[in-house]
Design a protein around this ligand. Structure first.
Ligand code: 4AD
Ligand code: MG
Length: 479
């Protein structure tokens, strides 16, 4: 057929040709003689204008052409006389495929709040804003595979059901096959959860890293890219119960190499967005400026595209945790009590307000923090000679705080086992992991990039629920 997408029509359709297009009505305006339909099919943020001569199309049909209706248009593609789009369709025929009763369809051609759209999350895809966000989400996923493929990494699929807890934080969703009405019981009458998974205790993975290390210690360079789960009852604009993580792991890389990889990777993705998603970025940028126009100048965020270019053009500042604590302790924000959690001294874990202070107020560029106290980091991180810190690295971004967490891994079998015992990780059930340190152990490093945190940054959206199609947060799992 001669049916084309709106994107194809706008970019490559030949003017003067008969074309067909199917899509959803965004708006309709006009008078008794002529109607103008803005039509969108999701292929691009841009609509194609359909001009309807009311002598050619029955009034009953045009009555059903309302916002949200699915229509099929046949007509002539012509140069547009008006400003805006370069092309439009002069309709010969309009067929209404699916009506959308204006009394009932919740998405109307006006500005809806993001809160309202979250309530009709199953329909929010039909808005410009979510179309833009999810096209960018696709582009970023594609770019991630492109980057790693171009750099000799292999995509490793790690399991979602596992018996281990990579981060050791106990934030796991139990996977169970037990019959809640008739579960196996322990002697004291409580449920024997050790039998969860047909006789074994299991949970949804919090990270694919441990399995990723096995891959790196054989394939050299691997990455994972899949859903991960955290049973953390936190309701913030930065946390999801189910989020996607990208975890590269590289044999023979030390912490320095790991930082270089993280910086190069993030910059590649941002450059990719600027080169491939400009229409959607411009739309989101305009929307943000609109939203912030009532704010005081100093509260307004940097213009979206400028902000992306800014990160591209600056070397990330590499700072130790110890230096960061000194900066934070002595900052005005800390002394005047403007931090919600004052920085009392060495050893405290950093909150996102501290991370953002370092990035936005102090260094004014992305920061990579290294050398965290071992007590606040996971068991697998390489211990530094000082006995107090580990070769950890967190990449901190403006507006986001932590976007990446990673480290060089402890490759020494004895040191690793000792650390596991100290923090109470059952060594006996981890022999599969420890074998990487028993046979051909070598230094290796990796990190995890939170996919939705990346998308928050690239799209400028303020809430992580708005960059994943079906957000999972505590108590929110309907569709
Ligand atoms: O810092 P995290 O917990 O690190 C790991 O899981 C390591 N195993 C990664 C590795 O070294 N291979 O998580 C990594 C990143 C964070 O920096 C953050 O961007 C994101 O995952 N993240 C979350 N994103 C959304 N919701 C949550 N609840 C998140 N928790 C972590
Ligand atoms: Mg972390």
């Amino acid at each position: 057929t001669s049916r084309m997408s709106v994107k194809e029509l706008l970019q490559s359709g030949d003017c003067g040709k008969e074309v067909e297009v199917k899509g959803w009505v965004r708006t309709k305006r006009g008078n008794k003689q002529v109607n103008f339909i803005a039509l969108n099919d999701g292929s691009t943020i841009n609509n194609i204008q359909v001009v309807v001569d009311m002598e050619k199309v029955a009034e009953e049909v045009m009555k059903k052409v309302t916002t949200g209706a699915a229509i099929h248009v046949k007509g002539l593609l012509v140069e547009s006389a008006g400003s805006g789009q370069a092309r439009e369709i002069q309709a010969n025929e309009v067929i209404v495929m699916g009506e959308a009763d204006p009394e009932k369809f919740p998405i109307q051609p006006k500005k809806h709040s993001l809160e309202f759209l979250r309530e009709v999350a199953h329909l929010r895809f039909r808005t410009n804003i979510f179309g833009a966000v999810f096209r960018i989400r696709h582009a970023m996923a594609f770019a991630i595979h492109q980057y790693f493929n171009d750099h000799g990494f292999y995509y490793l699929h790690t399991p979602l059901i596992t018996a281990s807890d990579c981060e050791g934080a106990g934030e796991m969703f139990r996977v169970t096959t037990l019959d809640p009405k008739n579960p196996p019981l322990l002697e004291d009458g409580s449920v024997d959860f050790r039998q969860d998974f047909f006789g074994k205790s299991t949970n949804l993975t919090v990270s694919g890293q441990l399995e990723g290390e096995l891959g790196a210690m054989s394939l050299g360079k691997i990455y994972t890219f899949g859903p991960t789960f955290r049973a953390e009852n936190s309701n913030t604009t930065r946390h999801l119960s189910e989020f996607w993580m990208i975890e590269p792991e590289v044999a023979f890389n030390d912490l320095e190499d790991n930082m270089d990889l993280a910086e190069d990777f993030l910059k590649y993705l941002i450059r990719y967005a600027l080169e491939h998603c400009m229409d959607d970025l411009l739309f989101l940028s305009k929307r943000l400026q609109e939203e912030e126009k009532d704010k005081k100048a100093e509260e307004r965020s940097m213009e979206l595209i400028e902000k992306l270019q800014f990160v591209l053009n600056h070397e990330f500042e590499r700072v130790t945790y110890t230096e960061a604590i000194d900066i934070l302790k002595n900052s005005k924000q800390n002394k005047n009590g403007k931090f919600q959690y004052p920085v009392t001294g060495w050893g405290v874990d950093l909150q996102s307000e501290h991370e953002r202070y370092l990035v936005e107020k102090h260094f004014k560029k992305p920061v990579i923090l290294t050398g965290y106290p071992k007590e606040i980091k996971a068991f697998y991180m390489k211990q530094n000679p000082d006995g107090k810190t580990v070769a950890a690295m967190d990449v901190l971004f403006p507006q986001i705080g932590e976007i990446i967490g990673g480290s060089q891994r402890e490759e020494d079998y004895n040191k690793l086992v000792t650390r596991m015992q100290e923090v109470g990780i059952p060594v006996s059930s981890m022999s599969w992991y420890l074998d990487t340190r028993r046979f051909g152990s070598a230094e290796h490093s990796g990190f995890g990039l939170g996919f939705e945190r990346l998308l928050l940054f690239v799209t400028g959206m303020g809430n992580i629920r708005d960059v994943i199609p079906f957000p999972r947060t505590p108590k929110n799992a309907e569709f």
